[in-house]
Design a protein around this ligand. Sequence first.
Ligand SMILES: [Cu+2]
Length: 472
Amino acid sequence: MKRRDFVKYAGGGIAALVVGSVLPAWVSNNPLLAVQQVQELKFTITDAIKDMVTHNSINKAQCYFWLFKEENFPAEIPGPHIFTTEGSTIKVSITNALDEPHAFFIPGMANSGPIASGTTKTFSFVASKAGTYLYYDNLNAPVNRIMGLHGALVVMPNDPVAGHKFTPYSTPTPAVQQLFDDFGSSSHFPGLAWEQGDTATHTPAFRQYVWVLHAASSRLFAEVGNYPPGRDYPASQFIQAYQRDRFRSDGLNRKPEFFTINGQSGWFAAHNPYITPNHRVGEPVVIRILNAGLSMHSLHIHANHVYVTSINGVVQENPIWLDTFTVHPLDVIEWAVPFTRPPDVPNERGIGLADKPLISKANPSIPGSVPHPVWPPTEELNTHFPKVGTKAGDIDISVRLSPICYPMHDHSETSQSAQGGNYGLGMMSGMDFIGDRNTPGGVITFPGAKTTHGPEMTGPAAGPDGYHNETH
Ligand SMILES: [Cu+2]
């Protein structure tokens, strides 16, 4: 264990690179991607100890990893998200600073072959097909990948299909094309198209998120790090410990205890604007999900059903519409999240529709409550939990239920806690509604919503502390 670097959780930026000489339309002015532009990827395969995201000085919660360290960014697990356009040639230079052979591999697209300890290999590959790809070290499978040597590559199409709107694909199926054509121009999905932003509301175009799923075991990973230099830790022994280590009353078995999306867990993932979409009704997004780990995860999102548009590179003939979908190890899937009205809003004609909301009854326990349309949800937005003025020491701990946040969590329940800790420390994110584009009288932004995107740029919503009508 060389501990070359020490990774401290730095506040939520997700490292992202765009490869190519021109900045394409889908990346410029999109702070969600926060990309740095490069002509060549320069990686060092190295190791690090990472402060897992407890922000708690009593519980150190550290984990040893192997990782792809890109020269532009501090060490992080996973490696940076890489974005490029279909057809681009990507030059990669990789130095192996660990003791045993390592590799860079993308199924069907890139294969460095073994890179000996202490050597550098330079090669190129072509991003031949639009889609989402896991890059990883395929040697001593699955040990090197699970130890942290993985990341996401996103390949965007150059152009939409002639006469149609952009999808994430260059050859979408008719149904997937229809879905993206309908966003922003059908009565079912009024608002913006996926490719369409709105500077007046700080809404980026091509709204997209990458979720790299992983589970880490600090004790097993330390054991791999401490294995005699130059020798591969036996893969079968690794899998046995990771999946079937016996229960111990002291909790110190070698099963994973950190369940992460883009290396982050629980609150820290759910409140990261690069992970959890923050958008208005009528602002559809794409989420790309890659399972880099060795466990199955059944991601369940509240508030919207999603369309599964692609599974392992196959654009779907009939994209299913659901709220829970299982992702097996090495699976790569894509969701289109329509950002329709949440289903707990009773509308005249049904769930999710941009339709007339029903009228509420006066609630005698709320002063001044009179019957009103149930959307926008006035009472919810003006409710605080606990009540305003509830203090812990000097701090008012009341939280306003605005914007409206819904969870995304893993129905493989073990991943929701950390070695028996509280539910909600594990693999989770969410989707947050910061307003509605489709309300009569103009776009609404809910109180307290972030109207800009990205951690360095978040700020309170403009306008008065109530609905903010951005009429334009
Ligand atoms: Cu749930």
